[in-house]
Design a protein around this ligand. Structure first.
Ligand SMILES: CC(C)(COP(=O)(O)OP(=O)(O)OC[C@H]1O[C@@H](n2cnc3c(N)ncnc32)[C@H](O)[C@@H]1OP(=O)(O)O)[C@@H](O)C(=O)NCCC(=O)NCCS
Length: 182
């Protein structure tokens, strides 16, 4: 399965993507506010993640959608965006990252818009939730630019494997009725 945007293809990962994933995520500037990304990040870690995503996508009903971000015309996976339907049903958490050399080009904004549209139009979800460590300036700004509204601050909600640090997070959400970017 894949989702297309003007500049990107978001697609399921395959085993041969391990090297480009490792190259882009083995960077503390990328993993510093992400929960389960070890640092250093090895080929073995990437292969595990690809296999784990493949297992999750076979679950029925499917609740976990993990896309690799590729920038046309390249087929290299240089980032990731995941949508996980939570126990509440009709609600999904979205998380995202991209390699540092691709920052500030609007790529993750473009990817997230596509995934939110998929959540509302295709999966018929009611609400999507994104959260960011309070210190993660880029992520908080990205989420605000997407138009999500701030809901609450959660104390010590993010435990980061790469640094061993614990962060408070800002939680944001938007409902299908409020969402208006196509
Ligand atoms: C946060 C992150 C996903 C943003 O991705 P990106 O592709 O660089 O973001 P975009 O270029 O689409 O930016 C969209 C908006 O977000 C804001 N933004 C993004 N990165 C920013 C930064 N480093 N500083 C300030 N604002 C930033 C800007 O408002 C930007 O719009 P503008 O360029 O028109 O001003 C990226 O920096 C990243 O992968 N960080 C490491 C992983 C991570 O922390 N992920 C989030 C937690 S799951």
């Amino acid at each position: 399965m894949e989702l297309k945007t003007k500049r990107l293809i978001l697609r399921e990962k395959k085993k041969s993507d391990f090297k480009s994933i490792r190259e882009n995520i083995n960077n503390i500037n990328v993993s510093r506010y992400m929960s389960v990304i070890p640092h250093p990040y090895t080929d073995k870690d990437a292969i595990w993640w690809i296999g784990h995503s493949a297992k999750k996508r076979k679950e029925k009903p499917r609740k976990d959608y993990q896309f690799g971000i590729t920038i046309k015309p390249s087929d290299k996976v240089v980032g990731g965006i995941g949508l996980v339907i939570t126990n509440e049903g009709g609600v999904a958490d979205i998380g995202c990252w991209i390699g540092e050399e691709y920052w500030r080009k609007g790529y993750v904004f473009e990817a997230t818009v596509r995934v939110i549209n998929y959540a509302f139009d295709d999966l018929k979800l009611k609400k999507v939730v994104l959260f960011a460590a309070v210190e993660n300036v880029g992520s908080n700004k990205l989420i605000k630019k997407l138009g999500l509204k701030f809901v609450k601050k959660k104390k010590k909600a993010l435990v980061v494997e790469s640094t061993g640090k614990v962060h408070d997070t800002n939680v944001y959400e938007i409902s299908r009725d409020e969402w208006n970017i196509k």
